[in-house]
Design a protein around this ligand. Structure first.
Ligand code: PGA
Length: 249
């Protein structure tokens, strides 16, 4: 199973910046090692520009940061899976904690988007994770379980490589506070067990990524942990220099 090294560029970069960062990244990484795969999530307006670079390089793909559970219609401000595919995307993120916390997305909505995107031929990286308050109240397992049960409730029967789960503790996102190895191993074991319940045998080859303050100096340790099949990186993915070190960690 290849490790999936994912970059979430959030609401950063013009098309020109995205193209430059993409070009610098593939240059710095050089030949991608056999056991690595890279997926980058640029903002919508930079998909074409970044895609021009990534589509020329084996092992790289790109995707949208959000998707609507409809093909077309009167949904101002939304984007359809058809449009993402038209821009060359093969992936989409669903349920990022910023979508949940700042834009009120519920686990049910995340589930609808996940199912719809998979049904329409996109690979999905669904994001889950607890807040500090939930962790301190002993609700880690309950929160992750709820997000996975609702998020994957109606997904179609797809190949395991079409789905990835990113465990991102909300308190570790953009804060510089990375979860410790024991916390990551504990949470990933819960995710794997839950996936086994939901996806049965396919759960063993469904990639579970860790996200939250991943940096060049902690990436090697994190990706070597049990049940960690890659990383989802925000801040440290914006510069090609630091993300290239994570990709090759
Ligand atoms: P961060 O973001 O790496 O900046 O913590 C991760 C994410 O939001 O996916």
């Amino acid at each position: 199973m290849k490790k999936l090294m994912a970059a979430n560029w959030k609401m950063f970069k013009t098309a020109q910046d995205a193209k430059e960062t993409a070009a610098e990244l593939v240059e710095l990484v050089g030949e991608l090692s056999e056991d690595r795969e890279v997926v980058v999530f640029p903002p919508f307006t930079a998909l074409h520009a970044a895609g021009e670079v990534f589509s020329q390089h084996e092992g790289y793909s790109f995707g949208g940061q959000n998707v609507c559970a409809a093909l077309e219609g009167a949904f101002t401000g939304e984007i359809s899976p058809l449009m993402l595919k038209d821009a060359g995307c093969t992936w989409v993120l669903t349920g990022h904690s910023e979508r949940r916390a700042l834009f009120g997305e519920t686990s049910e909505q995340v589930g609808e988007k996940t199912t719809f995107a998979l049904n329409n031929g996109l690979n999905v990286c669904i994001c889950i994770g607890e807040t500090l308050e939930e962790r301190e109240a002993g609700k880690l397992e309950a929160v992750i379980s709820e997000q996975l049960e609702k998020g994957l409730a109606t997904i179609p029967d797809v190949a395991p490589e079409c789905l990835a789960v990113a465990y991102e503790p909300v308190w570790a996102i953009g804060t510089g506070k990375v979860a410790g190895p024991e916390e990551i191993v504990e949470a990933h074991a819960i995710v794997r067990a839950k996936l086994l319940d939901i996806l049965k045998g396919k759960a063993n080859t469904t990639r579970v990524l860790y996200g939250g303050s991943v940096k060049p100096d902690n990436a090697t340790q994190i990706i070597a942990l049990d049940n960690v099949d890659g990383v989802l990186v925000g801040g440290a993915s914006l510069k090609a220099e630091s993300f290239s070190k994570i990709v090759t960690a």
